[in-house]
Design a protein around this ligand. Structure first.
Ligand SMILES: Cc1cc2nc3c(=O)[nH]c(=O)nc-3n(C[C@H](O)[C@H](O)[C@H](O)COP(=O)(O)O)c2cc1C
Length: 207
């Protein structure tokens, strides 16, 4: 194991307006549990859908949101970045995070990253990860995909992103919604090289 791996790492986690904000929340919790630092970006739609799907009432005011998020995770290792804050370090290749994940990732954000628009901090940070050849994991959530979605995802995959759809498996005999969420989040953590025990691996715990 390299000395780099033993240091606390910095992850950018972005939650967009696709359904499934529970995946993003669960992932942040696991990163913090693993002792990592998290910069959290919520898009405007991401915040609305998150509040709708979880019953939380996180604020659009970034200072209040930071307070609410740190209280929710009981950690100050998570900071909230305003989606229009291009002055954040995540916007610069000279200070790029160790890895970035967009979970869940809307088709709108997929399209804008694929087009290289960098119109907000999320899109710029993703662009930075691709240009710096750092890990960028996208967890798209849409069904069915149209041809434009598929072409954009292919384009991003070719540019170096990992496309990890929110597609839980059933071979590990999930019993609860948490089991299904944990499977997707565990697969994402595998891509981020973060150890976890969210699901039993194939061949484990079998008589
Ligand atoms: C309740 C709700 C669920 C949504 N689910 C999805 C979804 O699963 N996938 C998707 O691509 N867009 C979904 N959308 C639409 C996006 O929120 C919308 O396209 C938005 O512009 C995305 O913006 P963002 O990428 O900046 O977050 C949903 C919207 C709402 C209100």
């Amino acid at each position: 194991m390299s000395s780099k791996k033993r240091e606390t790492r910095q992850f950018v986690v972005a939650i967009t307006g696709a359904s499934g904000s529970i995946y993003g929340l669960r992932l942040v919790r696991e990163l913090l549990r693993a002792g990592e630092r998290v910069s959290l970006i919520l898009t405007s739609a991401g915040l609305q859908v998150l509040n709708h799907e979880t019953g939380l009432a996180w604020s659009t005011d970034i200072k209040q949101q930071r307070h609410q998020v740190q209280e929710y995770f009981a950690s100050i290792a998570v900071e909230c970045l305003a989606v229009d804050n291009f002055w954040a370090s995540a916007a610069s290749g000279s200070a790029a995070a160790d890895a970035m994940i967009v979970i869940p990732c809307s088709m709108g954000t997929v399209g804008r990253i694929a087009a290289g628009l960098s119109g907000n901090l999320l899109e710029r940070a993703a662009d930075v990860m691709l240009k710096e050849r750092r890990p960028l994991v996208l967890v798209p959530r849409e069904t069915p995909f149209n041809t434009i979605h598929l072409e954009n995802l292919l384009r991003l995959s070719r540019a170096g992103a990992v496309v990890l759809p929110a597609m839980p498996a059933f071979y590990h005999a999930p019993e609860t919604m948490d089991d299904l969420v944990d499977f997707v989040v565990g697969k994402a953590l595998d891509q981020l090289d973060v150890a976890h025990s969210l699901f039993a691996r194939w061949g484990e715990n079998q008589d």
